[in-house]
Design a protein around this ligand. Structure first.
Ligand SMILES: Cc1cc2nc3c(=O)[nH]c(=O)nc-3n(C[C@H](O)[C@H](O)[C@H](O)COP(=O)(O)O)c2cc1C
Length: 207
């Protein structure tokens, strides 16, 4: 079939995107508001960008029902700091609890049972249960679309400190089977990362 997004509501397009762009890594993003209230929310439109400087991006959309900006975006715009916490299988349920649309005054650490651990270089805490956490400062926020529901933002951040659990680290590499990161697919679906295999790549062709 052929699908032209110009002929459909954004909600239908959204379903095709979250079913096609799979599996997605999950960033559990920790921020602190100007009033000092911590916020924690998962984002699976998340990826790395480059390593010099080490840069990540994630995309908080506007709320689908009223077009309002998410607290994570507001806090990062205000404070320019956030931590990204990698989601392993063992904290999947708690991560999902952080995705409920609580009022701005609610601290999702308390709601989810996850524990904040002080960061070293930024004010927002890291998630103590995460095996990898990245302290980040804001590079830039790019607005995509207009001000209506369905539109969104790209938050680009520079990693200024890595926290890596010794258990998942070996001689400069991350051990996938120990990290056990969750991947997001459509709806309420998740996949495990326990089935990895190699496909050998030639980087430069023989001349
Ligand atoms: C696994 C998972 C991934 C999500 N990914 C995104 C995403 O990429 N972009 C987005 O806008 N919302 C995403 N959400 C929904 C947000 O987590 C949710 O809107 C949350 O309430 C935002 O919180 P905040 O207002 O405190 O920032 C995701 C939810 C889950 C459970």
């Amino acid at each position: 079939m052929i699908y032209d997004p110009a002929e459909h509501p954004f909600s239908e397009t959204h379903k095709l995107m979250i079913g096609s762009i799979v599996p997605r890594p999950i960033a559990l993003v920790s921020t602190t508001s100007n009033n000092g209230i911590n916020n924690l929310a998962p984002f699976s439109y998340f990826n790395g960008v480059c390593s010099r400087p080490p840069t990540i991006m994630f995309a908080p959309a506007r709320r689908s029902w009223d077009g309002k900006e998410k607290d994570t975006l507001i806090n990062i715009r205000d404070t320019k700091e956030f931590s990204i916490n990698i989601v392993s299988e063992d904290i999947g349920e708690k991560m999902v609890k952080c995705s409920t649309d609580y009022e701005k005054e609610i601290d999702e650490y308390s709601e989810s049972g996850l524990s904040p651990l002080p960061s070293k270089k930024i004010k927002p805490p890291i998630v103590s249960e995460s095996k990898i956490s990245l302290e980040c400062i804001l590079n830039q926020i790019v607005q995509i679309g207009k001000d209506d529901a369905g539109s969104g933002f790209i938050v680009i951040g520079t990693i200024i400190l890595f926290h890596i659990d010794d258990e998942v680290y070996d001689n400069g590499r991350i051990i996938l089977d120990k990290l056990q990161p969750l991947g997001r697919v459509a709806g309420n679906g998740y996949v495990r990362s326990t089935n990895a295999f190699d496909i050998i790549r030639t980087i430069k062709p023989d001349v």
